[in-house]
Design a protein around this ligand. Structure first.
Ligand code: NAP
Length: 287
């Protein structure tokens, strides 16, 4: 993101050999259905100097099938930076991974199940913070339009970004768009918090892939909703100050290209040129 002034951040203060031992303060379900569970986990990690947008590593206890300690898993921080007065403590948004493999065996994700099973008072080994790029600009450069795009637990950093823009920064008046994709309405994460902002400059749109369909019958994803909002988004796409952030599933990347080109086509401008300009202002964290 050329010309954007990002804050200097600490990274890797804590490593696998010297992790931070963080106590669990809260573990509550955000979604709890037969096939889907997402937890909001709050840890006391105040000793770590992290910013919203950064991630922490979690070291699951025990060893893998080869007898080696488990690898570190990274999770985006879903709360304000630890040096922000009044911030909630370090929060993570974790989906319990359980699926059947090709052989019909039930596979349980090592770290997500460990985290979702944590009880208040348990102690977790953390590394980090990690990441120097997926950050909001410094306060002097923060007054810009933003487009945030999330799928599923990829919403985590945007919860933190929105808290900064709407609860910490004084008089933030630029437009902010949040596009959030999940399968069903009851899987929307932090939905009531986002709806509570009620600011004229906040535009929150959801795509419910298994509940809503496109005219051709296909699942509705966030890039389809973005294309539908061409009139609102076009001025932001053209504005060189607008920043784009994407977090979640890898497939979102081609979706971004689709949305920008679809909007360009509706507005009669060169899609490749508009896309190039938007991509130069895009930061992605997709897996
Ligand atoms: P998910 O439930 O699998 O998917 C969320 C939504 O995205 C569903 O509605 C899904 O639709 C839709 N989707 C599928 N393919 C898409 C595409 N190509 N473009 C746009 N939307 C698409 O999501 P999840 O299991 O929560 O996973 C989210 C991802 O975020 C994971 O890869 C995770 O590693 C990553 N992530 C997590 C964190 C964190 O801190 N926990 C941070 C950063 C990133 P259908 O299923 O109906 O097709």
């Amino acid at each position: 993101m050329e010309g954007v002034v990002l804050p200097e951040v600490e990274v890797n203060t804590y490593r696998k050999a010297n992790p931070l031992l963080a106590r669990v303060i809260l573990n509550k379900p955000l979604v709890k259905k037969e096939d889907t569970e997402v937890c909001h986990i709050v840890l006391d990690a105040d000793a770590m100097n992290y910013r919203e947008g950064q991630s922490v590593g979690v070291i699951p206890p025990g060893v893998n099938e080869k007898g080696n300690p488990h690898a570190v898993r990274l999770y985006s921080i879903a709360s304000l930076g630890s040096r922000t007065p009044g911030a909630e403590k370090l929060s993570l948004t974790v989906k319990r991974v359980v699926y059947q493999n090709d052989k019909g065996e039930v596979v349980r994700g090592v770290c997500s199940n460990y985290l979702c099973d944590l009880k208040e008072g348990d102690v977790v080994s953390l590394t980090g913070p990690a990441g120097r790029k997926f950050l909001l600009p410094v306060d002097e450069d923060i007054h810009r339009p933003y487009v945030f795009m999330a799928t599923g637990t990829g919403i985590a950093p945007f919860r933190a970004f929105l808290q900064r823009l709407f609860r910490v920064v004084k008089d933030f008046r630029e437009p902010v768009f949040l596009f959030m994709g999940v399968r069903y309405e009851d899987e929307l994460l932090y939905d009531s918090e986002f709806r509570s902002y009620q600011k004229e400059n906040f535009h929150y749109y959801t795509a419910l892939s298994r509940q809503q369909k496109n005219p051709d019958g296909s699942r509705k994803y966030i890039h389809h909703v973005m294309a539908e909002k061409a009139d609102e988004l076009f001025p932001l796409l053209q504005n060189p100050r607008t920043l784009f952030y994407m977090c979640g599933l890898k497939g979102m990347e081609s979706g971004f290209d689709y949305a920008i080109k679809a909007i360009a086509a509706q507005k009669g401008v060169d899609g490749e040129e508009l896309l190039k300009s938007c991509q130069s202002r895009l930061e992605s964290e997709t897996y």
